[in-house]
Design a protein around this ligand. Structure first.
Ligand SMILES: NC(=O)C1=CN([C@@H]2O[C@H](COP(=O)(O)OP(=O)(O)OC[C@H]3O[C@@H](n4cnc5c(N)ncnc54)[C@H](O)[C@@H]3O)[C@@H](O)[C@H]2O)C=CC1
Ligand SMILES: O=C(O)C(=O)COP(=O)(O)O
Length: 413
């Protein structure tokens, strides 16, 4: 057997932020036992040190994977985001270093939708203030400012997996659902789309945000947008902390223009449970504050562990990049009796020709070849008919690595 294909027990996984143990179980079931498990996030300097000998890293929303981290991670071939958001990863840097990034696009969406629905009911009934008062020994029994959810207009910004599930749940309560999305989306049930964010803000009794962190969504809700909301309206943000300008929100809550808010995500979040949480919203009783737990349920975390660990193991075992968020997607059959080589390269003319020339020169029969490219990167998987004890794959690998524009090449089996 060739020496270049790494044995599974030498493939190292670094799992951070206490990802669910289902991830560890799946990796072990798939034959990966070299797993370092850390319950917290690491800062950039600690990460640069830790990632040096890791082949895979698993993170959640706190760990920032920067260009500097990827440059230090010489052996890294894959990242698993055990969450939905991938804004914490420099996806372009990852791709340029030949590192494939996966996430779990659905597994915690129901959990977020349920939490938001519960918060809407709590806010409509002014429970946060009444709860805070009761904790101080005050008895604040009044119907003033308390409303049923039935008949109220719920404005959803971002009608994706979470927004659309919330739409269905809110309609069960009799809410009238309207949404604004930059993409054309099928309205579910009796929901209807609204042409602009401003129009949605003006019409809604409750506004809830379910957009990803992008340049367009950054500080999307600032003082001018809050002013457009109905007097006495409510705001919920369980998307990303950069979507809402917190000082502007605090002012809108203090002035009484908004009656309440529920905020799960913040521009700066503590990096561990031991750090103090600072926010101007802390002093406001009419604001539900939660520590980024929208997706933190046992069900969601267990499913995410299984899903993302499965994707990492599949990529490691077979080279498949199906559902990668930063990489050309190649879905591959397992090819028994063949050797499989992977070549990740800058997408420039003639790369495949050069690889195929090498194969022809060595008189190697190709039994399968799979290529996908995006604007910058090409990924080709080559199955060759050669006995397992031949060292031709090693020779080929050296030659492929010498091709100018190669980012990474390896023999899988
Ligand atoms: N609080 C928590 O624990 C969690 C937070 N999240 C956050 O929620 C976000 C949304 O999750 P999903 O619904 O699963 O994502 P998704 O990708 O299914 O939906 C996002 C929707 O937002 C729309 N959109 C993008 N830019 C927009 C803009 N500028 N204006 C209006 N609409 C825009 C998209 O077209 C898409 O329909 C995630 O990106 C993540 O940041 C996700 C899970 C847990
Ligand atoms: O799935 C997401 O995007 C989330 O925000 C959840 O993040 P977490 O895994 O709880 O740190």
């Amino acid at each position: 057997m060739s020496q270049v294909s790494l044995a599974k027990d030498r493939i190292k996984f670094l799992l951070l932020e206490g990802v669910h143990e289902s991830a560890v179980e799946i990796l072990k079931q798939r034959g990966y036992h070299s797993i370092e498990y850390i319950t917290t996030a690491l800062d950039e300097a600690e990460l640069c040190d830790k990632v040096r000998d890791a082949h895979f890293i698993g993170i959640r929303s706190r760990t920032q994977l920067t260009e500097k981290v990827f440059a230090a991670a010489e052996k890294l071939i894959g990242v698993g985001c055990f969450c939905i958001g991938t804004n914490q990863v420099d996806l372009v840097a990852a791709r340029n270093h030949g590192v494939v990034v996966f996430n779990a696009p659905f597994s915690n969406t129901r959990s977020v939708a349920e939490l938001v629905l519960a918060e809407i009911i709590m806010l409509l009934r002014r429970i946060p203030e009444k709860n805070a008062a009761a904790h101080r020994g005050e008895w604040y029994k009044t119907a003033t400012g308390s409303f049923e959810a039935r008949g109220k207009v719920l404005g959803i910004v971002g009608y994706g997996h979470i927004g659309s599930q919330l739409s269905i749940l809110a309609e069960q309560l009799g809410m009238q659902v309207r949404f604004y999305d930059v993409e054309s989306k099928l309205p579910l049930g009796n929901a209807s789309s609204v042409a602009s964010l401003d129009a949605l803000l003006q019409q809604s009794d409750v506004v809830t945000l379910h957009v990803p962190e992008t340049a367009q969504t950054q500080w999307m809700i600032d003082a001018p947008q809050l002013t457009k909301m109905k007097p006495g309206a409510l705001l919920v943000n369980a998307s990303r902390g950069t979507v809402v300008v917190i000082d502007a929100l605090a002012e809108a809550l203090r002035s009484g223009h908004l009656a309440g808010a529920a905020i799960d995500v913040f521009p700066v979040e503590p990096s561990s449970n031991k750090e103090v949480f600072e926010s101007p919203l802390r002093e406001l009783d009419n604001c539900i504050l939660t520590p980024h737990v929208g997706g933190s349920t046992q069900e969601a975390q267990e499913n995410i562990g299984v899903e993302v660990a499965g994707k990492l193991a599949h990529y490691s075992d077979n080279g498949s990049t199906l559902s990668a968020v930063n990489f050309p997607e190649v879905s591959l059959p397992t090819h028994h009796g063949a050797r499989r080589l992977l070549h990740i390269h800058q997408n420039r003319p003639g790369m495949l020709t050069r690889i195929n020339q090498l194969l022809a020169e060595q008189n190697i029969n190709v039994s399968g070849q799979y290529l996908q490219t995006d604007a910058d990167v090409g990924y080709v998987v080559i199955d060759i008919d050669t006995p397992a004890d031949s060292d031709i794959a090693d020779t080929l690998l050296d030659a492929m690595r010498a091709i100018e524009g190669t980012i990474r090449a390896r023999v899988l089996y």
